[in-house]
Design a protein around this ligand. Structure first.
Ligand code: NAD
Length: 973
């Protein structure tokens, strides 16, 4: 007899279809009767069809709860939408809008608020305990289980983290809970602690466990389960580590109420699942795994692309679907060792889950389905009707953090990469149960042409953190060495020496360098002069190659160079890593730029040939500051060299060791003798002498206004024998402001201000030292900002958990302390972090002053430390006037969600680098060419396309090619 062999694949497909049809049929009885749904449908379809509207609508929804005044609501509604009809509203709302136009802003604002309120109630339970209880019991009456999620996003301070946990503790008090595990809490780990960072896994985990313990114990006593939500991939390592700790904590080890969410859109989701299953095997007590697709797809892709990191998520929807199915099968097969929660709105995933549990013979109580409140309601009820456990994820709480959740839900329902579909009943059943079809040919990724920034460390891989820690340990073993001068290719020593100490531990000698005298300076100048003619004649490509070789060497030793910065300059891990990346970028970018400029330009006319090209200037002196001890040195030095000048580098006396190591590395790349000379010595002695010297043509200086002005004065005066005017490139200080208007996202603003003001202890020329708060938010905003500053961690910068390290030296410490003392006359001291326990280093804690007199030194002068002045402003006019009121014009920023205000700031906030809705430090080579004007400097922007021009002199050669009335053929008219 001839039989067809069984085909497991098609059998499974048939079972999926069968269960899917049963689900569709059961759902028919539960068509949504919600009156909101009609206009919501039209809103969602407009969101889906019109990407431009989608962006504007989501931004407006996100912004609304932050607006206090009705007039602001109406103004911004008008800014976002061309007319009131563009944003679909419920019928009553539309009427109110029409009459509101006649009646005034209050009615109109009320109508808009009502519409967004309806929208949020569709997906969230509100904040009042009675409402939450009603919604909860309504769902329980329908036979649904519930997971309660207290709305909260990024926490900025310990107080906010405490509030979040207290919210749950109070909820447990309020709800009378049956000890049947029917209720679950979903926790967002990022709400438990500010700054969850992958390189701080251990430190973060310890604090979070301590914070969570009382809540977990109480939940356990009340029979309430607790699941950790998974958030973006930057937090994933900490969340996984926290969960593992809790699983094996003696107090929770035998509790089956713990759970964790797992994201299938992550390429690593499958590995995470295997790891969790392995943990369950070791633990012996099961825990819940909620398998979701993931809700941060856009953010993951954008962040990875911006940073040059591998994209952590699957790029095709079908790939995510396929991965979800594979994970689902693996997860169900691991039951009852784990408790699977199939969290999906995708019909095929639900049907696959139903088919698999049947095939595996799992009992109803050995798994559950999960869906979000307000979405696919009829399918939720249908699953209950079919006898499955169904848990509804129900968010509750304040509207502001709720908006971020709402935006994610709307995005999920509307975006082209949508993981779910609204109202799947309308879809063709066959296509919605078809297996995911992965396109084999992905749209070809554009090969990136030209210069690319060096990706910063993501710290996402544990071995990245270990390697970095190892580099710090290695460098610790190399402290105390001596570094000589380099003149004419020879390392030479001097009788005197410069000692460099670790600012975090003043007793620790990082190293010593030679200390040049004026005779050494003369020798270096002679060597540079002698090397100049042949270096000048070298083709630009050959000089550029030496820069690229140096970049490669530096890239190979990036962690080591970062570690030196931590120990010699007191930079934190991320700051030190970024500094090395910037140095590599300068080398590669200026190499490209030198080649571009070497091509020159020619203009040909009949009988006339014009050649435009550049020549180097001669001997260049490079005088960098200590605060970017590698990047700025590398940038100014490489620009001098690649354009054909010979250089004498006089490093900053606080960071000469890093400079010496850089020079050594660049020597290894093969710079000829005399081209690059290294001359550490006191600025006032050697620096001053070099600046005056008649044989010097070019001075590249970055530093303070006072020293810069002195250099400009000295350089302007010709000395006997000098036959040229010196060129000075001077990048100076700043007194940079961030404006926060009333429409700003306060969380983002506070986060950005903290990083900009206190990153590297405020010792950046780009640092924020003034915050200008528009309107009546002043009291509330400044309180939150102070609380957030209070949560920063002062530590030794070798510790990855350090937010606040030391300032550079004793003089800086006392200068900043003095500025703080004087600041008391100019404003109200709002907060000052004590530095007790850190006396072995030069520590000054973040300090904030409120209501600062805008004309006081506190608001006008650069302090170059972690001191922030807060200034109130009535409106944007006054804010811009304040922002522009100092003699500096380096960086600035504005946080606003008003397109009109952003546009106005772009025009009227006059600084070299203006940032909209982000922090104001961390400019990247080529992407944000950096530098200011007014008293902030007289150079073209570093890392920009005009920079190298300053190191060269342009020439034009014109030839008459007409001889005896005959011109070359190519020039014939
Ligand atoms: P600084 O002016 O004290 O020193 C800068 C360099 O000049 C050092 O190498 C120093 O040894 C040298 N120097 C000092 N006196 C000299 C003299 N008389 N002649 C020649 N050289 C002399 O500045 P710093 O404390 O090293 O750096 C902090 C300052 O740099 C801040 O004002 C900051 O805003 C500014 N800065 C500006 C930028 C920018 O791009 N605009 C970048 C970083 C730092």
């Amino acid at each position: 007899m001839h039989t067809t062999p069984p085909n497991p694949q098609s059998d499974q497909e048939a079972r999926i279809r069968q269960h899917g049809d049963a689900l569709l049929q059961a759902a028919e009885a539960f068509e949504p009767h919600n009156p909101v749904s009609h206009w919501l449908q039209s809103l969602l379809s407009r969101l889906h069809q019109n990407p431009d509207f989608r962006i504007r609508a989501l931004r407006f929804v996100d912004l609304l709860p932050a607006l206090q005044e009705d007039a602001e609501v109406v103004r911004l509604f008008d800014e976002y939408f061309s007319d009131a009809q563009e944003f679909p509203l419920p019928r009553l709302g539309r009427l109110a809008i029409r009459s509101g136009r006649l009646l005034g802003p209050h009615q109109l604002a009320a109508a808009i608020r009502k519409a967004i309120g309806l929208l949020s109630r569709q997906f969230m339970a509100g904040r009042e305990p009675t409402t939450i209880r009603e919604t909860l019991s309504g769902l329980q009456r329908q036979g649904r289980l519930v997971s309660l999620d207290l709305l909260g996003e990024l926490t900025l301070s310990h107080r906010e983290a405490d509030d979040y946990l207290n919210g749950y503790l109070q909820l447990l008090d309020v709800l009378s809970v049956q000890p049947d595990q029917s209720l679950q809490l979903s926790l967002k780990p990022s709400s438990l602690l500010p700054r969850l960072l992958p390189e701080r896994v251990t430190a973060n985990t310890e604090v979070m466990v301590k914070r969570l313990r009382p809540l977990l114990l109480k939940a356990r006593r009340q029979g309430v389960a607790v699941t950790l939500d998974m958030e973006d991939s930057e937090r994933r390592p900490v969340i996984l580590a926290l969960f593992e700790w809790l699983l094996f904590d003696p107090e929770f080890r035998d509790w089956d109420g713990l759970g964790i969410a797992l994201q299938a859109y992550l390429r690593q989701g499958g590995e995470d699942l295997e790891q969790l299953i392995e943990l369950a095997g070791r633990r012996q007590t099961p825990f819940a795994i909620r398998l979701v697709r993931g809700a941060y797809w856009d953010q993951e892709v954008v962040k990875a692309q911006q940073n040059g990191w591998p994209i952590p998520v699957w790029q095709q929807q079908a790939e995510t679907d396929r991965h979800y199915e594979a994970c689902l099968q693996r997860l169900l097969a691991a039951a009852p060792g784990v408790y699977p929660a199939i969290a999906s709105h995708n019909l095929r995933s639900l049907a696959l889950g139903m088919a698999e549990v049947e095939r595996l013979g799992l009992a109803t109580e050995q798994f559950e389905f999960q869906m979000l409140y307000g979405m696919s309601t009829s399918y939720q009820q249908a699953l209950v009707k079919l006898g499955y456990r169904l848990r509804t994820y129900l968010p509750f709480g304040e509207p502001i953090p709720g908006m971020a959740y709402l935006v994610r839900r709307l995005l999920e329902n509307a975006s082209s990469q949508s993981m779910t579909r609204w109202q799947v009943t309308n879809e063709d059943a066959a296509s919605c149960f078809a297996p995911p079809k992965v396109e084999t040919r992905l749209p070809a990724e554009r090969p990136e042409a030209g210069f690319q920034n060096t990706p910063l460390r993501s710290w996402l891989k544990p071995d990245e953190c270990q390697a970095f820690q190892h580099a710090i340990d290695q460098v610790r073993g190399q402290l105390g060495h001596h570094y000589p001068l380099l003149i004419d290719g020879e390392w030479r020593d001097t009788a005197a020496c410069i000692e460099s100490f670790n600012p975090a531990d003043r007793a620790q000698l990082v190293g010593t360098t030679a200390c040049a005298s004026q005779e050494d300076a003369d020798r270096a100048i002679r060597a540079a002069e002698a090397a100049f003619p042949s270096w000048r004649e070298r083709p630009a490509e050959s000089r550029a190659e030496l820069l690229r070789k140096s970049a490669d060497l530096l890239a190979q030793r990036r962690d080591e160079f970062a570690a030196w910065q931590i120990l010699e300059a007191g930079k934190g891990w991320r700051e030190a890593d970024a500094d090395v990346c910037e140095a590599i970028d300068f080398l590669r970018f200026y190499a490209d730029e030198a080649e571009r400029l070497a091509a020159g330009a020619s203009v040909k006319l009949p009988g006339e040939h014009n050649r435009y090209f550049y020549q180097p200037r001669g001997v260049g002196v490079v005088i960098p500051p200590w605060n970017f001890p590698l990047a700025i040195v590398t940038g100014m030095l490489s620009a001098t060299l690649v354009t054909g000048n010979c250089a004498i580098l006089k490093p900053a006396s606080d960071t000469p060791v890093i400079a010496a190591r850089l020079v050594d590395l660049m020597q290894q790349a093969g710079f000829p003798a005399g081209v690059m000379n290294f001359l550490p010595g006191p600025g006032e002695v050697v620096g001053d002498y070099l600046v005056r010297h008649p044989a010097v043509h070019l001075i590249a200086f970055t530093g303070s206004l006072a020293v810069g002005q002195g250099i400009l004065r000295l350089a302007a005066e010709p000395r006997p024998g000098q036959r040229h005017i010196k060129r000075v490139v001077a990048e100076l200080g700043g007194k940079n402001a961030i404006i926060v208007d009333q429409s700003a996202d306060p969380d983002e603003a506070i986060d950005g201000i903290l990083k900009s003001a206190f990153g590297f202890q405020g010792q950046k020329c780009s640092a924020c030292s003034r915050v200008i708060l528009v309107g009546d938010q002043y009291a509330h905003f400044s309180r939150r900002l102070c609380e957030a500053a209070e949560s920063l961690i002062m530590a030794d910068p070798t510790d990855s958990a350090c937010d606040i390290g030391p300032v550079i030296n004793a003089a800086a410490e006392s200068r900043i302390q003095q500025a703080i003392e004087q600041g008391r006359q100019a404003g109200r001291l709002l907060y000052r972090m004590e530095s007790r326990g850190f006396e072995s280093g030069h520590y000054v804690g973040p300090t904030l002053f409120g209501e600062v007199d805008p004309n006081s030194p506190l608001a006008q002068e650069e302090i170059f430390g972690p001191v922030l002045a807060l200034l109130p402003a009535q409106d944007l006019d006054q804010a811009l006037a304040l922002a522009n009121s100092t003699r500096y014009a380096l960086t600035g920023g504005i946080y606003s969600r008003s397109p009109a205000n952003l546009e106005r700031a772009a025009r009227e906030f006059r600084v070299g680098n203006l940032y909209l809705n982000r922090g104001i430090t961390g400019a990247l080579v080529n992407r944000q060419p950096f530098g200011g004007f007014a008293m902030s400097g007289i150079g073209s922007k570093a890392g920009g396309r005009d920079y190298l021009l300053q190191f060269m002199e342009p020439r034009c050669v014109t030839e008459n090619t007409l001889r005896r009335g005959v011109a070359p053929l190519s020039e014939a008219p």
